[in-house]
Ligand binder design. Sequence first.
Ligand code: M6R
Length: 616
Amino acid sequence: MCGIVGYIGNQKAAPILLAGLTKLEYRGYDSAGIAVMENGEIKVQKDKGRVSNLYDIKEIDDLKGTIGIAHTRWATHGVPSKVNSHPHMDCKDEFAVVHNGIIENYIELKKELENEGYNFKSETDTEVIPNLINYYYSKDNNNDELRIVRAVKLATERLIGSFAIEVLSKENPDIMVVVRKDSPLVIGKGVKENYIASDIPAILSYTKDFYLLENFEFAMLSRNSIRFFDKDLKEFKKKANTITWNAMDADKNGYDDYMLKEIHEQPTAIRETIGTRVNKGICKFDELGFTKEYLSSLNQIYLIACGTAMHAGLAVKSTIERMSKVHVEVDIASEFRYRDPLVNEKTLCIFITQSGETADTIAALKLCKEKNAKTIAVTNVIGSSITREADFAIYTHAGPEIAVASTKAYTSQITLLVLLSIYFAQVLESVDKNELQQIIKEMLDLPNKVEKILKNTKKLKEIAKMMFKEKDVFYMGRGIDYATAQEASLKLKEISYIHSESYAAGELKHGTIALIEKGVNVIGIITDDNLVKKTVSNIEEIITRGAITTMIINEEIAKTLNTQIFTNVITVPATNQYLSSIVTVVPLQLLAYYIAKEKGLDVDKPRNLAKSVTVE
Ligand code: M6R
């Protein structure tokens, strides 16, 4: 879970590398460093702490070299420290490497290299890579232009685990070699210059033309060329992809934080996600080509994901079940992969992941493929690792999500999955056409409803001021509102560090109500006409016990209730029940955001977290 950047061209490399690292900090931010080729020497500067610290290092400012690699780290092996920061050099100072991933067999490799006379400075797994490259390079007597690529190939063949690496070589000062396996890496093509990064937004301001490397493909970059080699080092041509995102999408665009910007981008993200799929009132997923026969043969649909993406699964479980008439199970990827799940060719497995890089989700997908299930990846990132593994990839169109706390990806995932479930119903002819048309009509109006919520933040800011010193906050709801409560609770804890739990309102009496006493903050959600009375009765029970209640209620239901009994009421526009999570989560995302801001916290980079969890 780290970020890597590379530059080879005619401009000073250091500022480009630092700018790229700043955009990748969401992937890890406990240490950072760069290596620049200058006058035939590899100059390394690195330290513990955030990328911003590197801007203050005078030696970096002085670097004039036009080729370099850089890294921002989220520690896996070895504490965050200067010596453990990347780039790492081999012990003979010939090769510099930055690495994103984990080398599982580094201890054995280290011992082997030590027996060959190599020595190590850091506690990292990465340091074996430049030393292995040195080893194979020194054993190669053929001093042709591909000697460095051969050494990288032989070294990486020895690695068990995941990696995206960039290599600088002192003897080859005008080239850079990169390779990946199970960790992301993109190459941006410029004019007389080329760029590398863990993801597209990091270098989007320089180019829109990108190459996506597959596992064990090698690229040798110079200023004017990018040569590709397969796992046997057979050279081949690759086609560049042109990206339609613009650089503004990956910038803060006037907002204080990425999270706030991304919350405000939700109407656009939802609109674009719908736009790609709805045509004349029909949901189109032509690439899936599912037949009535296939969908009716299914015994089970799994929705598998982690964190917020898993909560999106919870929010659509009943919708997919209702539309497809197939039992739907939502599973946490890290649990699913180790419990020998009942999956076979009659199971459809849908993997939800914003980044497309989450290690547990990808591992769960591989398991389902081994068991002959059909697999669909629902992701936001074109060309991400999961899209290469799944039978089908379908995309949310949320644009780059940079803040660690996921917001617009969640609402876009629900949007896309509700559309997918309508597609299932169309194929199966399992739901009345008029009802489907009505849901689609409601969906088309969702962006306006979310916009309306985003304009009404005064009350939320006041509640945040009252709540930010709390130690515990509880969320509750029934049905889809319970799914939203789980997501809202995660949002609060991850960015404000306030302890929070979510409960199915009906569960209160089975234990949780013991936690309720005078002054405890409870946030309740009510959007389901059929469950209003039940939930209100649960809320009354906690009001009796002294709880402070903040209610998120849809406007229509609010009209039917005596809302005076609640401490605070936030109303949201009513929508179809299947879509209600999208409108209720938005004020709760904002509430978590304002609470974290009141506490003076860095909302975009909460402690101990990284955006993409590419390790188990
Ligand atoms: O990239 P993914 O959607 O696979 O990420 C899954 C989770 O790591 C992610 O949703 C995480 O829970 C967020 N920090 C929540 O805001």
